[in-house]
Design a protein around this ligand. Sequence first.
Ligand code: NAI
Ligand code: 15L
Length: 274
Amino acid sequence: MPAARTVLLTGAAGGLGTLMRELLPAYGYELRLLDVRPVEGAPDAITADLADLDALREAVRGVDAIIHLAGISLEAPFEKILKANIEGTYHLYEAARQEGVGRVVFASSNHAVGFTPRPEGDAPLPPESLIPVHTPRRPDTFYGLSKSFGEDLAQFYWDKHGLETVSVRIGSCFAEPTSVRMLSVWMSPADGARLFHAALTAQGVGHTVVYGSSANTRLWWDLTSARALGYEPQDDSEPYAEKLIAEQGELDPSDPAHNHLGGPFVTDPPIWPY
Ligand code: NAI
Ligand code: 15L
């Protein structure tokens, strides 16, 4: 375990933030929490909007690293995405730079490459068929576009200012996979915590892009760069396969919502409700 390190967790009231609040303290982190909404059960959490650079500067002051989860996590009109995810992530990096924070773990998304055709073939796919991290970005939504911007912003802050980032293109991090697509892209919460811990502790990451998923039998993408950080996924979605396929059927290779990495985001994305 590392010596207690203070980490700012943005988006702490959200689904992933709630999971990480439960799991990361066991790795020895002291979490400072931030969200625009109140964080249930955490009266000390900082309530701040990513639009507020001064509040972000105060929030990041003295932390060792930041896990940046806050933002719009589904599709939304461009103007909303611009404010929360593009300007908001810029404000977060600017606050980190001004306060001398050395590392960010950025919650990117598979939707930065969502229009990439999914690899064909029977699972498990051979390594050469897996989608590499350096595949050209092909956002499937304004949301995915904002994650693509976030990865570029991270690269820029590394090149220009020496601020390190691990950009994690998260697949689907929920308690259980709930669709046949998720059998390929699921990241168990426990593996999510393992990956964030690796991203916080690996030496000399510069700007590293990784996919975030468990060691799924039906994996579509290459976890080499994640493993190089020291990430050793322990879970596999396969025990859920029989039930999900019986309920939903196999993926249809002629359906655009089934034959791209981004799944339904390429045709009928879920919309941010607020
Ligand atoms: P979520 O929607 O449950 O949580 C996002 C949180 O960000 C919310 O609590 C919200 O109040 C907060 N937030 C939104 N706008 C804000 C602003 N302007 N200022 C401060 N806080 C703001 O999303 P979830 O599932 O927890 O995802 C967390 C992050 O991980 C998001 O950035 C999402 O794009 C990314 N991600 C999540 C995946 C998943 O499977 N859960 C998959 C891929 C990426
Ligand atoms: C995401 O980026 C979303 O934030 C999350 O809610 C899921 O929809 C996930 O992608 C996914 O692709 O399943």
